[in-house]
Design a protein around this ligand. Structure first.
Ligand code: ZN
Length: 336
């Protein structure tokens, strides 16, 4: 192991334009912990890749702070480091997509949650497969096509960790969907909650009534720091904040690994989710949102580059490098 050259090592501090800390260190610690679980689960090569994820970060020093320039990301589906990068990328892309659509036409935004009954680890892969098929059927129904202009959907799988609960240990796969509708949705093409439920039941060919939620995106209230803006614009910004809440990558590392130690329950979850989510597209766009995603020339945030999050990240070659290396012992990034 390397010893730092100076007696007091300098640690990485990376802040956004608005002063928010980009917490590389915590993500790396979570990635190391997740890698340990992969090792215990017998998934050696993924464990090794995840252990090496973002070991060295090369930034360019710019007037607006540090910009990531070179790094190696493991791209393992459950990696907390990679999923943080994916989340940032999706949030950025969705922000731009929603802005673009809102500028072009008058639309409204809705949140739809589609669920099925909880399932055990064994049937999770086939349940997820059926849900993708069901979602495709749903989007092809006449009612959907008439009322919905476009969507963003994300598959999330959580696990019931409550030992008191009847379904303790089971998995809960569900879709979070952001829907874009014309104002006429509320007058002419309205789909009631009970109709959404029966459409989803039909699409999934279920013999029970699934739980389905539909609601209008409610603008976030707490944004008083925007006095310079007009009321209309303020409302749009607040609405956008709310929209961004669904724009995260659906794999949360706290859903996969609970606590700070390797446990049997966590190892089980890693095995189940790694198996069920491998090679699956967890997020997707449709209709107008898909079209605008393409127009803006955005790449697939699940498979694409995790170094550049936005176009604004492109930097000139002149800027000088700041190199941060992960120090296993100090559990922090040390600046060379
Ligand atoms: Zn990674």
């Amino acid at each position: 192991m390397e010893t730092p050259k100076k007696a007091t090592p300098k640690f990485l501090v990376d802040k956004t334009k608005s002063g928010k800390n980009r917490n590389w260190k915590d993500k790396k610690i979570r990635a190391e912990l997740t890698a340990k679980h992969f090792e215990s689960a017998g998934l050696q090569s993924k464990a090794e890749r995840m252990g090496d994820c973002a070991n060295q970060l090369v930034f360019k020093q710019t007037d607006e702070g540090l910009k990531l320039y070179q790094a190696w990301f493991c791209k393992v589906r459950l990696c907390p480091m990679c999923n943080w990068r994916r989340s940032l990328k999706i949030a950025y892309q969705n922000k731009r997509i929603v802005e673009t659509i809102n500028q072009r036409e008058k639309v409204n935004w809705l949140f739809l949650t589609l669920t099925v009954k909880n399932t055990d680890a064994e049937s999770l892969p086939e349940t997820i497969k059926a849900m993708f098929k069901g979602f495709n059927r749903l989007t092809n129904y006449k009612a959907f096509k008439t009322s919905i202009k476009g969507y963003f959907r994300a598959l999330e799988v959580t696990r019931n960790r409550d030992p008191e609960s009847e379904s303790f240990g089971t998995y809960h796969p569900h879709f979070h969907v952001l829907l874009c509708v014309a104002p006429s949705y509320f007058t002419r093409n309205y789909i009631k909650q009970s109709e959404w439920t029966s459409l989803w039941q039909k699409a999934m060919r279920l013999d029970y009534t699934p739980i389905v939620h539909i609601q209008r995106v409610k603008p976030k209230e707490k944004l008083d720091d925007l006095p310079i803006y007009e009321e209309d614009l303020k409302k749009a910004i607040k609405e956008q904040k709310a929209i961004l809440e669904v724009s995260k990558y659906p794999v949360k590392d706290t859903d996969v690994i609970q606590g700070n130690t390797v446990t049997r329950e966590n190892v089980e979850t890693v095995l189940a989710l790694d198996n069920a989510l491998a090679y699956k597209r967890l997020i997707g766009y449709g209709g107008l949102l898909k079209q605008v995603h393409k127009e803006l020339d955005f790449e697939d945030p699940e498979e694409g580059d995790l170094i550049n999050i936005s176009e604004e990240d492109e930097i000139s070659n002149g800027a000088f490098d700041v190199i941060a290396r992960w120090h296993v012992g100090l559990k922090n990034y040390v600046i060379e």
